[in-house]
Write a new protein. Structure first.
Ligand code: HEM
Length: 504
């Protein structure tokens, strides 16, 4: 499929600036459409905004905390005017289920601003990535990628996930021997990047210590996420315009990532023997076959690989950092987990997710509580209604941007007792459907099974071998996340001590 067809199937008219007359027509058409959406949505409660910019100024900074406050003030369905973009935010499993499960067809599309000027990320990849696509193109791509992330495939890759966990332990052993405090965050990012690259390209990135190139990739991904979550220029300008939607740095970040990934694709192709191994090869093998069949373009191949790297790396890395902070601030839980793991796994055996995931209940409780308290994908990725629809008694217009307020769903008294405390045992009683860190509905996270395996394996291996300690025990570590596409854990200095018998 060529990129123009993909762009068009995603609702974008790429020739819209060709004549002044058609530009005028588009502006009139867009204004009419915006008026209709605003009129229908005007009955939905929400914070008052300023003319033109709407609520954009109110939600600067930690947007997830603002949305939690608005949920308290306005209820589970509230409206935000983000410039000219009509946004409706849904909070709590009951309302998310009503929308994303009971009306899945109306809510599953990604938000695409019609007729926007093609100078943002989606234009760089012509809507041919997995995250930005809609319709049949997305459906086919998703089934190709999901077939590579099944429980059976993940089980086969478990040995590599354990190897990465052990490499992380080797690094920590060095730090433990030095006896000095150090910042842990980037090590977790490197861990998750390495695993994604193994799944994608089957490559084994050197894990000696943080080198310049891996640090660059980590930093570029984080910066890219940060810039991605900033408001777009077209949020303010309701009509097509010739300005880039994002600052130049955004495009620079994408190009850097694209350069790394292009090199990896080319290396894989050079070393690919014959027709390739569709059954046992890494994800890139399946994608190259799709390229050969003409189902994706070259640009699409690159976009998909970049998106899998960014979607899979920072989310897992941040989750592990938050879980370590929680373990440090709750030493009794850390100790109980250590004792439980010790009792369940023989000293000379590695932790294995497929073997132990159902037999060490306390570990699953800790992992669930980590996902609850620190939902990395704080506000999910924007969706869009494709019909007018009534949710929670409110009519939401077709074309409205829909946000899943995952953070507030996980952190509000309306749904949880003592939501700001880390209490793994709560899941002995609580229905786990209340937990939706991977979002709700058919368009939810594509890497959830892999993420669960990575997070569980890393926590088990690290806690078996090390005690994580606060260098300044009088002051609990800060665990408040910063807003980005993936919630960012504070840069955290900590100490590690080796456990009596190292098991890696
Ligand atoms: C703790 C780890 C993770 C969390 C909390 C997380 C969370 C999320 C959330 C909230 C969404 C948005 C879903 C929606 O819009 O409805 C999402 C989408 C996505 N995630 Fe994850 N994710 C994690 C790990 C991963 C991993 C490891 C991968 C890669 C293999 C991945 C790949 C994706 C992709 C490709 C999408 C877009 C799916 C689509 O548009 O169809 N994620 N994730």
């Amino acid at each position: 499929m060529d990129s123009i067809t993909v762009a068009k199937s995603s609702g974008v008219d790429i020739n819209f600036l060709s004549t002044t007359r058609s530009y005028d027509k588009i502006c009139v058409c867009l204004c009419k459409e915006n008026d209709r959406i605003s009129k229908i949505n005007s009955k939905i409660p929400g914070p008052k905004g300023l003319p033109i910019v709407g609520n954009i100024l109110n939600v600067r900074g930690k947007r997830h905390l603002k949305y939690q406050q608005y949920f308290r003030e306005h209820g589970p369905v509230f409206r935000i005017k983000a410039g000219v973009v009509e946004r409706v935010v849904l909070t709590g499993y009951p309302i998310l289920k009503e929308a994303f499960v009971d009306h899945a067809d109306i809510f599953k599309s990604r938000f695409v601003k019609k007729k926007m000027f093609l100078a943002n990320l989606y234009s760089l990849n012509n809507f041919s990535g997995i995250i930005s696509a809609n319709g049949d193109y997305h459906k086919n791509l998703k089934s190709v990628i999901l077939s590579e992330l099944t429980a059976t495939k993940i089980k086969k890759m478990e040995v590599h996930i354990n190897e990465e966990s052990k490499r992380l332990c080797e690094l920590l052993e060095k730090r433990a021997n030095e006896g000095k405090e150090f910042v842990m965050n980037k090590y977790f990012n490197l861990f998750s990047i390495n695993i994604i690259l193994r799944f994608l390209f089957g490559i084994n990135v050197p894990y000696d210590d943080l080198n310049e190139s891996s640090v660059e990739v980590i930093e570029v991904i984080q910066r890219f996420f940060k810039l991605s979550s900033a408001p777009l220029l077209s949020d303010y300008l309701g009509v097509p315009h010739p300005f880039p939607e994002r600052p130049p740095e955004f495009f620079k970040c994408y190009r850097k990532l694209a350069k790394h990934i292009t090199e990896m694709i080319e290396n894989y192709k050079t070393n690919r023997d014959g027709a390739g191994d569709e059954e046992h090869g890494p994800i890139i093998e399946k994608l190259l076959i799709e390229l050969e069949k003409g189902n994706i373009s070259k640009l699409g191949l690159l976009a998909i690989c970049v998106e899998l790297l960014i979607a899979g790396a920072d989310t897992v890395g941040q989750t592990l950092m938050f879980s370590t902070i929680a373990m440090i601030n709750n030493q009794s839980i850390q100790e109980k987990l250590y004792q439980t793991l010790n009792a369940a796994i023989p000293p000379n055996e590695d932790y294995s997710y497929s073997k132990y995931k159902l037999t060490i209940p306390y570990l699953s409780l800790v992992v669930k509580e980590t996902f609850r308290k620190y939902p990395a994908g704080v506000l999910g990725l924007p969706h869009m209604t494709t019909e007018d629809v009534v949710i929670g008694g409110h009519t939401i217009a077709k074309g409205t941007q829909i946000i899943q307020n995952l953070y507030a769903s996980h952190r509000s008294e309306e749904f949880w007792n003592q939501p700001d405390d880390f209490i793994p045992e709560r899941f002995l009683e609580k229905d786990v459907t209340a937990l939706h860190q991977f979002a709700v509905g058919p368009r939810n996270c594509l890497g959830s099974a892999l993420a669960e395996c990575e997070v569980t394996s890393a926590i088990a291996t690290l806690i078996r071998n090390f005690n994580f300690i606060n260098p300044n025990p009088t002051q609990p570590l800060n665990d408040e996340g910063d807003f980005s596409v993936s919630m960012v854990a504070p840069q955290t200095k900590l100490l590690v001590k080796k456990r009596y018998n190292l098991a890696f």
